[in-house]
Ligand binder design. Structure first.
Ligand code: DP6
Length: 343
């Protein structure tokens, strides 16, 4: 058998209408459609080799080349099984994967990770899958990963079953020069994973209220993107992010043996930024925020306002000495792709 290897890159994506709650946990079928932008500054690169000599899958995290945890390796192996079944082979793989950004801080590394793994596995095994099929497979690894396969502005259709729950690009990366400044205010891994957060949603009395608002919001956000209507877009996405956190913060759970009233993903710096954004708009800066399941605040603005937003963030950061915030500047990016010469 020829050399079964491929290297793929995929970027993380930022949802403006969020995936929060599943209809089917095993198939990762979401309760609602979601809309995202692929992020240029947050990329995963994954090299995969299926080798007959291996007795298990080995996942190495570059650049340190340390072995991944058993839990993560098991999730990767379960994903590779889908491709081994399709190709009818039983070889294990060596996987080397690297992120250009920190994990667990509100930028979904599972999205870029499982998208890159999906494309690399499909190419290494010569499966010749369509983009839609790739998004379906990526979704089974991590829901949001399906939105990291297509390019630019992407919608994930909730669907009825596995085959009809897929993602597609409705506008390319050059459609609208929006910038996202992702302000990483804390580097620690969050306490409650997205996967756990999804499972908690039904405990919130506000989850059904959120679902009722979503069809109209989805239409409004898609239309605002297509018409490049920044004000409507900004107002909708800011309310949408708060709607997710309203559900999260009112989904009770047990942590460390004690009852907790909800999943809190914010730090004090998160709230400080959310309030500052309101002031910056009063000062005439066109900027809105969105948040995922983490403390990172994503500041969304037109390309022309990047300088103002950058200095506003620097001013806020300087107010308290010792703050080590990291800012990633993103623009809409292409979808997942293969790398011709493996590193
Ligand atoms: C808050 O895709 O990480 O980022 O399917 O369990 O792997 P799993 O969840 P994941 O959830 C992402 C949630 C979110 C919102 C979003 O990206 O739409």
């Amino acid at each position: 058998m020829s050399n079964l290897t491929a290297t793929a890159v995929a970027n993380a994506n930022l949802a403006f209408v969020k995936y929060w709650g599943k209809r089917d946990d095993a198939l990762r079928l979401p309760t609602n459609n979601s809309i995202s932008m692929t992020l240029s500054a947050a990329q995963t690169r994954t090299k995969l080799i299926f080798e007959s000599a291996l007795d298990a899958d080995h996942v190495y995290l570059a650049p340190e080349n340390r072995l991944a945890s058993p839990g993560f390796t098991a999730r990767v192996s379960a994903h590779l099984d889908r491709f081994r079944d399709l190709a009818g082979i039983r070889r294990y793989a060596e996987i080397r994967t690297m992120n250009t950004f920190p994990a667990g801080v509100g930028i979904a590394s599972s999205a870029s990770g499982f998208a890159a793994l999906t494309l690399a596995a499909s190419a290494a095994l010569n499966l010749h899958l369509s983009e839609r099929q790739l998004t379906v497979l990526a979704r089974l690894g991590s829901g949001s990963a399906c939105r990291s396969i297509p390019s630019g502005w992407v919608e994930w259709v909730a669907g009825e079953d596995s085959e009809s729950s897929f993602a597609y690009s409705f506008a390319g990366p050059d459609h609208w020069p929006i910038r996202v400044l992702s302000v990483i205010v804390a580097q620690e891994e969050k306490q409650i994973s997205s996967t756990d957060g999804h499972a908690l949603t039904r405990r919130s009395p506000f989850f059904s209220a959120r679902l009722e608002t979503l069809p109209a919001r989805l239409e409004a956000v898609r239309r605002a993107i297509l018409e490049r209507d920044f004000v409507t877009f900004g107002q909708e996405i800011e309310q949408e992010a708060l709607s997710l956190h309203m559900v999260a913060m009112t989904s009770p759970l047990e942590t460390g043996g004690a009852w907790q009233s909800g999943a809190y993903y914010w730090t004090p710096a998160t709230l400080e930024l959310l309030l500052a954004v309101q002031q910056w708009r009063r000062d005439g800066v066109p900027v809105y925020f969105t948040l995922d399941a983490g403390p990172t605040v994503h500041l969304v603005c037109p390309e022309s306002a990047v300088g103002d937003v950058r200095s506003a963030v620097a001013g806020l950061q300087a107010r308290q000495p010792g703050r080590a915030w990291q800012v990633l500047e993103n623009q809409p990016a292409p979808g997942a792709s293969l790398v011709a010469s493996p590193a």
